[in-house]
Ligand binder design. Structure first.
Ligand code: DUC
Ligand code: ZN
Ligand code: ZN
Ligand code: ZN
Length: 483
């Protein structure tokens, strides 16, 4: 059985051109003119792009006394409905639990996935077992390790643990990632706010100002530089963090920044809404920021100082959010976005001229595949690549509503937003999973994707100078003095 996508315009991170795409056996078999196949998908007026890859989701994750409400079933359905064909979730060992043990748990949950998936492994504690098992985790194709610099007393790791783990990542060719917020300062500010009687969702934002993120981002960058390893900073939400990433890159350090679609399009006024539920549903870490921070993130996407747009999809129902009534520190942190990332970014980025279509593909798919070691199997429209594709109709419109979403929660943080630009078809390894909003995805269709170790070394320019400086002249095999 072959499928041909006809009359569309292919849009990749580099190129825009008219061609048909022939799909066979889950892969792209041919790209060319006038192709035919058993089944025809009409892409007239549409763009044919690599399906989105969301490198940051938390599906069915035990967190803050509960579990995130979307699992690999509803979560990956939401992904496909919005044109995303792969997710990278976080396997999260509880403190003391082995990495391989946690990995087995995540493999169990993900058997329900409708699209392909991978994991990052979280380092939530440090010890010999963790050090040893990191090598096996990399061998199994999980080549990125996440570190929480916040959530003190739960997931947070200290600087000595961070440095040890980063050095281990350097040895293994793995990519360390950080949730960059100063957890000690957050804990201190939270306790003070509560003591002063500030118990509502708005206090969540006060407890995590941009400085706690900027400080931790700078610290992680310096520690990564000392460990000689690249660094990926998740959910970059503010200018302070973006500035640190920008500066590091200018200094020749391989540092990546990942804004979320929520931080790009929603702002802190959500927390000052008189309706407690409205505000609490938007509690996540880092919190939403003001317009100046948003402008910084958009500028970073167009200038290339920020490389990826993700969701940190970690959805909780209103009932779960209400665990935090009377104490904002108990509101489960997290928002959804898997189904809305592409339409929202297209609407607010491409339709406004802030980013080009090719940049859209880069930040939603191709850059992720490259940074995370799975390009060009994923993130590419190339012969031989997986047929993870979205046929994008730039004229299709809808109003986002929880009443029509795949996610299992009872609201949507983008409720009422009008978007223009939606999938006409979403294909996961050749299988047509979505046709104009109608789902035909299959539970269990998704497969685990093993990723390659990264390889690139991280050297500040200052360190390169040492290697390229002229060497003292050697005479008759005797090294010159003063070396
Ligand atoms: N932030 C959230 O809001 N939820 C999940 C974890 C995180 O870092
Ligand atoms: Zn985080
Ligand atoms: Zn997260
Ligand atoms: Zn199939």
């Amino acid at each position: 059985m072959t499928t041909v996508i006809k009359n569309g315009t292919i849009v990749t991170a580099d190129l825009t051109y008219k061609a048909d795409v022939l799909v066979e056996g889950g892969r792209i078999a041919k790209i060319g003119q006038g192709l035919s196949g058993d089944k025809v998908l009409d892409a007239t007026g549409c763009y044919v792009m690599p399906g989105g890859i969301d490198p940051h989701t938390h599906l069915e994750m035990p967190f803050m006394g509960t579990y995130s409400a979307d699992d690999f079933d509803s979560g990956t359905r939401a992904a496909l409905a919005g044109g995303t064909t792969m997710v990278i979730d976080f396997a999260l060992p509880s403190p003391g639990q082995g990495l391989l043990d946690a990995l087995a748990m995540w493999h169990n949950k993900s058997t329900r996935a409708h699209c392909d998936y991978s994991y990052h492994m979280a380092i939530t504690w440090w010890g010999e077992q963790v050090f040893d098992e990191m090598a096996e985790v990399v061998d199994r194709g999980i080549t990125s390790f996440k570190h929480f610099m916040a959530y003190k007393g739960a997931l947070m790791v200290n600087d000595d643990e961070l440095f040890a783990s980063f050095r281990r990542c350097a040895e293994l060719g793995a990519l360390p990632m950080v949730h960059a917020e100063n957890g000690d300062v957050v804990a201190e500010l939270s306790a003070r706010l509560l003591a002063e009687g500030n118990r509502g969702p708005e206090a969540h934002a006060y407890s995590r100002p941009p400085q706690v993120e900027g400080e931790a981002t700078n610290r992680a960058i310096m520690i990564a530089d000392m460990a000689g390893v690249p660094l990926y900073v998740v959910h970059t939400s503010c200018e302070e963090s973006h500035e640190a990433i920008r500066r590091a890159r200018m200094q020749g350090k391989r540092v990546y920044g990942e804004p979320l679609i929520q931080h790009l399009t929603l702002d802190e006024t959500a927390y000052f809404n008189a309706d407690w539920d409205h505000a609490a549903r938007r509690v996540m870490s880092p919190p939403f920021r003001n317009r100046q921070h948003q402008d910084s993130l958009w500028a970073g996407l167009s200038a290339g100082s920020l490389q990826v747009v993700a969701t940190d999809h970690c959805a909780f129902t209103t009932d779960q959010k209400r665990f935090g009534k009377g104490d904002f520190t108990k509101i489960p942190n997290g928002t959804g976005g898997l189904e809305d990332r592409l339409p929202m970014l297209w609407t607010h980025g491409v339709n406004t001229g802030r980013i080009t279509m090719n940049e859209f593909v880069a930040v939603t798919s191709t850059n992720v595949a490259k940074i995370m070691g799975m390009y060009p199997r994923k993130g590419a429209v190339l012969e031989g690549a997986d047929a993870d594709l979205v046929v994008w109709d730039p004229q299709a419109e809808k109003t986002i509503s929880a009443s029509r979403q795949q996610s299992a929660i009872d609201y949507n943080v983008f409720e009422g937003q009008k978007v223009k630009g939606l999938p006409r078809f979403t294909l996961t390894r050749g299988h047509v999973a979505v046709t104009e909003g109608a789902m035909s995805s299959k539970e269990g269709h998704g497969e685990f994707i093993a990723r390659a170790p990264n390889g690139p070394v991280n050297r500040a320019l200052s360190q390169w100078k040492e290697l390229t400086a002229p060497r003292p002249v050697e005479r008759s095999g005797i090294p010159a003095s003063g070396v």
